[in-house]
Design a protein around this ligand. Structure first.
Ligand SMILES: NC(=O)c1ccc[n+]([C@@H]2O[C@H](COP(=O)([O-])OP(=O)(O)OC[C@H]3O[C@@H](n4cnc5c(N)ncnc54)[C@H](OP(=O)(O)O)[C@@H]3O)[C@@H](O)[C@H]2O)c1
Length: 204
């Protein structure tokens, strides 16, 4: 796939590297192509950099892993997103987009021509970088009403090394998936379990 990554820090950087190594073409979409977080990603074979609008133009899928309060600015900078899949990895932990409860709500209202899905928000970036827990492989979770966007998110989860990507439900379950991420943050950071932990779906 041709993927634009907007927000090239911890999360965007870890996923860009995984996807590039899986054979996808990744374009980092940045505000300043000479100075941005994650510049070392350009050492990877399938990763290049461009201004946000150019990166989006070249891509079919867009990962947004910036900060929620920047959502409206990013929508403006992206230009035409008609028919493209947008994967929203942001959590409104401390900040929210102006006038919205979370980045997904803002994207649904402001980027109406895109197919939008929530994914890659529910574990730490360290888990995205290495999904292997002593031979148990981490799971990913996704929510949103667009089935096409969810299929893309699922495939990109597998390509990033997750064992499975479970469907949390439609747009009405996105807030729940953010709460799920906050549960990870609570256990890992506030209750002292540390970042090297996951929630695994187990059945019998
Ligand atoms: N950290 C985690 O473990 C984790 C896990 C799951 C989800 N998340 C979510 O993922 C998001 C990113 O987290 P992170 O830890 O990767 O953050 P980070 O390392 O601080 O990176 C943030 C990125 O956002 C970019 N950015 C900021 N404002 C922007 C704007 N107005 N337009 C375009 N790009 C902008 C920054 O670009 P510059 O370098 O140019 O400033 C930077 O590349 C957050 O919403 C967080 O809730 C984080």
């Amino acid at each position: 796939m041709k993927i634009a990554v907007i927000g090239t820090g911890n999360v965007g950087g870890a996923l860009a590297r995984k996807w590039a190594r899986a054979g996808h073409r990744v374009t980092l979409g940045v505000r300043n192509t000479t100075e941005f977080k994650g510049k070392e990603l350009l050492d990877e074979k399938n990763i290049s950099v461009a201004e946000i609008e150019e990166a989006v133009k070249k891509s079919d899928v867009i990962l947004i892993a910036a900060v929620p309060q920047a959502t409206a600015d990013i929508v403006k900078l992206m230009g035409n997103v008609s028919g493209k899949v947008i994967i929203d990895a942001m959590n409104s932990v401390r900040t929210k987009p102006d006038g919205f409860n979370n980045s997904f709500e803002a994207l649904k209202a402001l980027a109406t021509s895109a197919e939008i899905v929530k994914c890659f928000n529910s574990v730490g970036f360290n888990v995205m970088a290495d999904t292997n827990f002593n031979e148990t492989i981490a799971d990913m979770y996704t929510a949103g009403t667009s089935e096409r966007a969810k299929e893309v998110a699922k495939q990109l989860s597998i390509d990033a090394g997750f064992e499975n990507c479970y469907n949390f439900g439609g747009d009405d379950k996105v807030a729940l998936l953010e709460q799920f991420a906050l549960s990870w943050i609570n256990l890992a950071m506030m209750q002292g379990q540390g970042r090297e932990m996951i929630f695994k779906l187990i059945k019998r």
